[in-house]
Design a protein. Structure first.
Length: 426
């Protein structure tokens, strides 16, 4: 906009332009922007690291089953120098663990195949060909460690080679690593199909998506979650077609997501992610002097407080609190305002009015936020930042199948590595 354009504006338009320029920038606290885009504090204003005042210190717990014991006892009296014999009474005054990793090197089992000639008929009989001769020479734990490091720790192929060579002394080519992944793809795909079956049978489903790179172009990493399964999908589109294909006609009672249109109208009821809307309200409080954003902030605080105690209150009390919240939000949304920021915020909340308190109708089953899906997507975001995406679609499909397997097992408390090892060794 140049000087001529500014001279054509009215006084009211100039005032509105200046007010817009004075609005604070949106941050991860006041919008859906990632924390990595926030302006970093200067050294003088930054928060120092380490324990904060009042933090209770913790020390490492002693191991429940130590591998060895080493006793330390005095041999003579510190006062008179008298010697202590082996029969002297001792009192245990302290225990301390020393932890060390033993030297690790590959365990190689050489399979030797023999033939024996029969002394009676002269026929030579050969031993059955061992599986090591026709399959991979690498065992399940090597497969599992490679998969774990690649999919859970975002380690590139080149660094993965060094990780096997330097600590373990095991030489692996990048081709051998890729063969490990392709060799185990069917096992993880079977686990994903099982998770899909559980997802499609669920009453409550949550979803979210984030950007990714596949074959050098923009794509999307989707996640779907229910109480028994987590399903990851990679696709080149962000449209609702991904949801329809994943659910395959199944329609749950409640769908939990943000306000993105592709994630709407897939269930009988919809719960909007209140955390997303609360961040918009936080921006409104900072950018506007109108009372409406602050009233909305107080309303969201009360809604979150109700969600935190919903499992412990009687149904009659829950219904009364819900009716009160509905009355309050309708009163706030009916407020007339001349502030553009407040008006835009009220309009945004009003569009989600029927999706704000769905969780009250399903106490303990529907969360008010979609934070679980966002946490499930976080490793994929880290992977994108570290590796810049996938060279081929099969690699993205493989990694989403592994994430589906691991995250579904994690609902029951299983660790990532043990889940991968059990899948590979099955």
């Amino acid at each position: 906009m140049n000087r001529t354009d500014l001279e054509r504006l009215s006084k009211e338009e100039l005032i509105e332009l200046v007010l817009r320029m004075q609005r604070p920038d949106k941050t991860s606290r006041t919008s859906s922007k990632p924390p990595s885009t926030d302006r970093k504090e200067t050294r003088e204003n930054s928060t120092p690291g380490g324990a904060k005042p009042g933090h209770e210190g913790h020390s490492r717990k002693l191991c429940d089953a130590p591998d060895a014991f080493e006793d330390h006892a005095p041999t003579q009296c510190a006062r008179c120098g008298g010697a202590f014999g082996p029969e002297a009474e001792r009192r245990l005054i302290g225990e301390y663990d020393e932890v060390e990793l033993p030297p690790v090197h590959p365990f190689v089992r050489r399979h030797r195949r023999y033939a024996i000639r029969c002394a009676c008929c002269g026929k030579e009989t050969k031993a059955t060909l061992p599986s090591a001769a026709v399959g991979t020479p690498f065992g399940p734990r090597i497969h599992a460690l490679a998969i774990y490091l690649k999919t859970r720790q975002a380690v590139s192929y080149e660094r993965l080679q060094r990780l096997f060579l330097d600590p373990f002394g095991l030489t692996l080519s990048q081709g051998a690593l890729m063969n490990m992944f392709s060799r185990t793809a069917a096992a993880f795909e079977e686990k994903r199909n099982t998770a899909l079956t559980l997802l499609r049978a669920a009453d409550v489903v949550a979803s979210d998506e984030t950007g990714m790179r596949i074959e050098g172009v923009n794509a999307y990493h989707w996640v779907f979650r229910c109480d028994r399964a987590v399903v990851h999908e990679a696709d080149f589109t962000r449209s609702a077609e991904v949801v329809r294909r994943t659910m395959n006609g199944a329609r749950p009672k409640v769908w939990l997501s943000d306000r993105y249109s592709a994630q709407q109208r897939h269930a009988d009821s919809q719960q909007a992610c209140l955390a997303h809307l609360a961040r918009e309200v936080a921006f409104g409080v900072e950018a506007s002097d109108d009372a409406a954003p602050f009233r909305l902030k107080l309303w969201f605080d009360r809604a979150f407080a109700l969600a935190g105690t919903i499992a412990d209150i009687a149904p009659s009390t829950l219904n009364a609190k819900r009716r009160e919240l509905e009355r309050q939000i309708d009163d706030i949304l009916g407020t007339q305002t001349t502030c553009a920021v407040a008006a835009e915020l009220i309009a945004k909340i009003a569009r989600a009015r029927d999706q704000l308190l769905t969780f009250c109708a399903f106490p303990g089953k529907v969360e008010p936020t979609n934070n679980a899906c966002e946490r499930a997507l976080r490793p994929a975001v880290i992977q994108r930042k570290v590796t810049n995406g996938y060279r081929a679609m099969w690699s993205a499909d493989y990694e989403t199948a592994v994430r589906t397997t691991v995250d579904t097992a994690a609902i029951g408390g299983a660790s990532a590595f043990q889940t991968i090892l059990a899948t590979v060794a099955a």
